[in-house]
Ligand binder design. Structure first.
Ligand code: OGA
Ligand code: NI
Length: 337
């Protein structure tokens, strides 16, 4: 690579060799389905049992859904996107002050996924921030653009509120007490990936992010409104999740798959790139606290299958996840009984 990050201002006319996927592992964009979309759930609906039922259906059949009237203010969302664009628009030498390819660093700019481990790179730069508790991490965050810390802090607080609310609804949708999930996960960690996918000279040959599942509990994704790129796997076919105005895309992570004893799936998803426009997305991840004991909920293990997964701590899971390649088998497979 000529530069450490893609967002260095260099325009590539060909895809560098280290990004080219083998023929058997390319996005095959013409085969992606556009005729179905993931469910859109209105959280402003006063009929709670209706919302719970929609969540149950979405989590069972898709592992993904979108939410509208979610309570995160439009202003917080718009300013978050401005701050993200502001950061990636900085001169490359300013951005590189935060560069690191060490996944254990709590604030870092990086590229691809796990540059030191992977054999093929992904067409993505990302700013990864730990976000909870804020007072611990905000001092490490970018101080440029000058309003970055304030804007992103506010966004994080609002998104966290949404995450907890969703976890209550998800608990209920599994027939569990409303606070079941939040009790098990403890004081949850919160991370953010601000993903920047520059225009790519040959989008058919590479990924922004290859198919993966998220290792955390719940992901709240703010997608670029103008540029599509997220796709989810449903019944063996990739489905485009087209941006919906004012919506967040929500997905079940590996930890909720384990807690639900596999009823809800942490579904494979990927980000593809395009030739013309840069794409931005902001992923917020809620994670169990490190020592949380993840175990299939008892009431969900009382059929002939029993507990599908063994008990583990989140710390154990997370270190296993980062020791692998992103597109290997589902990490939860390694924790089956
Ligand atoms: C992620 C992710 C999708 C996107 O960051 O884990 O899946 O559209 N992002 O950027
Ligand atoms: Ni993801």
């Amino acid at each position: 690579m000529a530069a450490k990050v893609l967002s260095s201002g260099i325009r590539y006319s060909d895809l560098p060799e280290s990004y080219v996927r083998p023929e058997s592992d390319r996005p095959r964009l013409s085969e992606v389905s556009e005729c179905e979309n993931v469910p859109v759930i209105d959280l402003g609906c006063p009929d709670r049992s209706h919302v719970v039922q929609q969540i149950s259906l979405a989590c069972t059949h898709y592992g993904f859904f979108q939410v509208i009237n979610h309570g995160v203010s439009k202003e917080a969302v718009e300013r978050m996107l401005e701050a993200a664009h502001g950061f990636f628009g900085l001169p490359v030498e300013e951005k590189l002050k935060l560069y690191s390819d060490d996944p254990s660093k709590t604030t870092r700019l990086s590229t691809s996924f796990n540059v030191k481990k992977e054999t093929v790179h992904n067409w993505r730069d990302y700013l990864r921030l730990h976000c909870y508790p804020l007072h611990k991490y905000v001092p490490q965050w970018p101080s440029n653009p000058p309003s970055f810390k304030e804007i992103v802090s506010r966004y994080c607080v609002e998104v966290r509120g949404l995450g907890y609310r969703l976890q209550e609804l998800i608990s209920e949708s599994l027939g569990l007490e409303k606070d079941y999930i939040t009790n098990v996960l403890g004081e949850q960690g919160q991370h953010m990936a601000v993903n920047y996918y520059p225009p790519c000279p040959e989008p058919e040959l590479t990924y922004g992010l290859p198919g993966h599942t998220d290792p955390n509990a719940l992901t709240i994704l703010l997608q670029d409104l103008q540029v599509a790129g997220l796709q989810v796997l449903k019944q063996g076919k990739w489905l485009a999740v087209n941006p919906h105005p004012d919506a967040f895309v929500i997905n079940i992570g590996d930890q909720l798959q384990a807690l639900s004893n596999g009823r809800y799936k942490s579904v494979w998803h990927r980000a593809i790139v395009n030739a013309d426009k840069p794409r931005m997305s902001v992923a917020s991840f809620l994670c169990p606290y490190d020592h949380a004991l993840i175990s299939p909920a008892k009431p969900l293990t009382e059929d002939e299958c029993g507990a599908v997964y063994r008990d583990f701590t989140y710390a154990e899971y997370y270190s296993k996840f980062w020791s692998r390649n992103l597109d290997q088998e589902h990490c939860l497979e390694l924790f089956k009984n």
